[in-house]
Design a protein around this ligand. Structure first.
Ligand SMILES: Cc1ncc(COP(=O)(O)O)c(C=O)c1O
Length: 368
């Protein structure tokens, strides 16, 4: 199979699997236990914490392990107090948008921040809102469908001056572009393991030093009391190893992906009428979302699947329904064009031959 859906999930790196295996087999101790087997798990967990911390340039104590990006996003939004304002961009992942809408349904203030036709957050939201201390803004660092990068630093700097808490969902950015928590100027940042060749079901919320977290999950007091529950040691060991590899191999990975993306875009543009969404915007090196008026994206996805090629028609969670992508709709893309959209997200294993096969297959399906 040719796999082009790395923004949905990535295959497990063999080196990650190797690091995890002992903790799935004989090193099964509870990381809170005091005897040797427990201490071995604890030590592995703390190594993983350091590895994840290093990926984004923070200290290990700033990493709260969670069950994934979704939980970390929910935990981040939990930091807004009743009576305060929550603001999220119009193109956030459902793991931000759904809890944000729930917040509004509870009678709380919610602002949805508009994006322009390229998918960039419109900067005027900073002046249009009368911000108060304790308000919380959540903005994605890189979009899961278009790959568009946002000016998080610029906005975070301005919002900090107004004592507003800033969270960024860096799930798609980490491992694909350099991500530095301190430089981003945010208070909170979400990461996910399975987007960086680690196992599913592991993630982290990175927290600024001194920030007092209100937990989402209460219980035995693990993770400094910020996230209770027996730690998924094997998974988190894998997340740590994946983070270490993402950091040490970042530059060659980026170069590889960008070269493939350029080849892909050139190939797509040789198909008359193809529109590459957010083409002029700064984007992730691995992501291309495109459409072609008159095409049915879901149908083309299924035709490609029959030929052994996996792509996405939007974000994985959104596909399966017949609604156009919320991200494209927010950018003002017409319903017909949005329904033709396919997302191709490249990964380390993809080669130039893979792209050639994809383009020739697409041409055989689209040009007739
Ligand atoms: C931007 C973004 N945020 C959050 C998530 C959720 O992460 P997880 O799958 O680890 O819960 C995803 C997953 O698709 C994502 O793309």
């Amino acid at each position: 199979m040719l796999y082009f859906d790395h923004n949905a999930t990535t295959p497990l790196d063999n080196r990650v699997l190797e690091a995890m295996l002992p903790f799935l087999q004989h090193l099964y101790g509870n990381a809170s236990a005091l005897y040797r087997l427990g201490r071995v798990s604890r030590s592995a967990l703390e190594t993983a914490r350091t590895q994840v911390a290093q990926l984004v340039g923070v200290q290990a104590e700033q990493v709260i392990f969670t069950s994934g990006g979704t939980e970390a996003n929910n935990l981040a939004l939990q930091q807004v107090s009743f009576g305060k304002r929550l603001a999220v961009s119009a193109i956030e992942h459902p793991s931000i948008m759904v809890p944000a809408l729930l917040w509004q349904a509870q009678g709380q203030q919610l602002n949805i921040i508009d994006v322009d036709a390229e998918g960039h957050i419109k900067p005027d939201f900073i002046e249009r809102v009368s911000w108060a201390k304790g308000d919380l803004v959540s903005m994605q660092m890189a979009h899961n469908e278009t790959g568009v990068l946002q000016d998080i630093v610029g906005y975070a700097e301005l919002l900090r001056e107004k004592a507003v808490t800033v969270h960024t969902d860096a799930v798609q950015a980490a491992g694909k572009i350099p991500v530095d928590f301190v430089q981003a100027r945010v208070h909170l940042m979400t990461l996910s393991s399975h987007k960086i060749y680690g196992p599913k079901g592991c993630g982290a919320l990175i927290v600024e030093n001194g920030f007092n977290i209100r937990p989402l999950i209460q219980g035995g007091g693990q993770e400094q009391g910020w996230r209770s529950g027996t730690e998924n040691v094997a998974g988190l060991v894998g997340f740590g190893k994946a983070a270490e590899l993402a950091l040490t191999e970042l530059v060659p990975r980026q170069q590889h992906l960008l070269a493939l993306r350029m080849q892909l875009e050139q190939g797509l543009k040789s198909i008359p009428g193809v529109v590459i969404f957010s083409e002029q915007a700064e984007r992730l090196p691995n992501t291309v979302q495109w459409g072609l008026n008159g095409l049915d994206g879901e149908m083309l996805l299924m035709q490609l699947d029959r030929k052994g090629i996996a792509v996405s028609s939007g974000s994985a969670c959104a596909s399966g329904g017949n609604k156009p992508s919320a991200g494209l709709t927010a950018m003002g893309i017409s319903e017909a064009l949005a329904k033709s959209a396919l997302r191709i997200s490249l990964g380390q294993q993809n080669t130039t031959e893979d792209i050639n096969t994809l383009i020739s297959t697409l041409k055989s399906l689209v040009l007739h």
